[in-house]
Every structure is written in C-alpha cells, then in structure tokens.
Design a protein around this ligand. Sequence first.
Ligand code: 13P
Length: 260
Amino acid sequence: MRTLLIAGNWKLNPTSTEAAAALADGVKNGLGPATDVHVVLAPPFVFLNKVDQVLEGSPIGLAAQDLYWESNGAFTGEVSGPMLVDVGCTHVVIGHSERRHGMGETDAQVNAKLKAALAAKLIPIVCIGETKDERLGEKTEEVLLGQLTGSLAGLTAEEAAGVVLAYEPVWAIGTGLTATPEQAQAVHAYIRGWLAQVFGEATAARVVVQYGGSVKPDNAAELLACPDIDGALVGGAALKAGDFLAIIKAGQDVTARGKS
Ligand code: 13P
C-alpha cells in the first residue's frame, strides 16, 4: 500500500560539483536499475542540474531542499517550483527544522511553500518535529498539532494524500541520539491519527510519513519495521554512498518481509 521512501538530505554538502556527482553516482551504481523502495537525493540547489544528469536512467528521484512560494519576480536569492521542475526535481523538502529554528521559518510560510510545490507538481516532503525542551516538557503532541494544522492548512484530502511528512525530532538531528522505535512509532501513530481526523481514514492510510534524526545503517531496520514509519529522511549517513545504500537495503529487506 505505502511504498517506503528513503531520502538523503545532503544539507550544505558537499562543497564541489565533482564530489556531488561522485556521491550521486555511487548511490546510483549501488542501487541498480530497479528498487521496491523509493529513493530520493536532495543536494544543494547548485548541484541539482549535475546530479540530475548523473541520475539519468536510474529510478532515483531528485529533491531540492527548499523553494519559494512565488514562481518568479523580484525575490533576490530565492528559487521557485517551476525552476526546480525545469532542472529535473521530483520532490522538495519544506520546513526542515534547520530552517524553522535556524532561520525563523513559520508554519504559514511552510504552508505557502507547500501549496507552491503542489502547484508545480513537486512532491513535498514537509518536516515537523519537537525540540528537546518541548519533549521534556511533554509538549510533543501539542507542538506537532500546531505544525500539522498550520503547515497543511487549506489542503483537500486528495492534496494531502500526495504530501510526504517527515517526523524529525530536533533533538535527534545530527546528535547521534535516535528516537527509539517505540518513541518514533508513537509519534507517527499520533500523526496518522491527526490525518485521519482531518482528512479521513482512507487519506491517512495513503500518506507516507518518514522518520528522520540520526538514522544510520545499524538502526534503520528496526525503525523502518514500525507500522507507521514509511521511510527515512537521512542527513549525515546520506553523505557516504555505502551507508546510504545500507539504509536503503534495510528498507528493501523490511519491504520483502511484507511491510505494507
Ligand atoms: P541526521 O541524519 O544527520 O541526524 O539529519 C537528519 C535530518 O535532518 C535529515 O533531514
């Protein structure tokens, strides 16, 4: 029913076109022509064109790490949905915590970007997640409720079904502190419950909800085996083709064992 989506968010890495091409090439060659999980790479904007060329003929999708909500005009430094489609993007990451917390991005802005992505026919990967203080203060569900309500405001059920959500607890990003499968599954079940309440059970059953935050080859299998975890948004481990391929392999194994 839901196909796992393993995405590599390269963030502000690597620092040369040559290195970006080599990393994409390593993933492409290791994966081969067919896969029963979806795989996406999200390099920095400036490498999208080159990575798209490298990925030609492979089933790997291409994501940008952000977009602007206007298509064109006087918006210095911004990149739009139609531009991303033009360079070969299939997906776009929106509302990553490094933008929400690092750059003050609001739910309303995430919502505008999400609508722009849908209008451009890009698959949005919308990130949500609580900080360490919010978790310790038992505010996780409250925070997620606000982020979900604000970020997905005004969507139809059909539009919502095409959105990928990524639950990334901020305290687990780049820290080596992964949420346990129990912690992650509990939050994913909460997210799917919210989707069911707002958009209906049938839509909730279709939405891919990834987990992100220190996903590594040695913890991927148990996270991906959880019933409501439909993939991974991988940061650090996506910068080594071998590690990223091992995470993909964990997803393929889970799928082969009969995960929906
Ligand atoms: P790490 O895998 O490095 O913790 O990063 C996760 C992330 O933020 C992916 O978007």
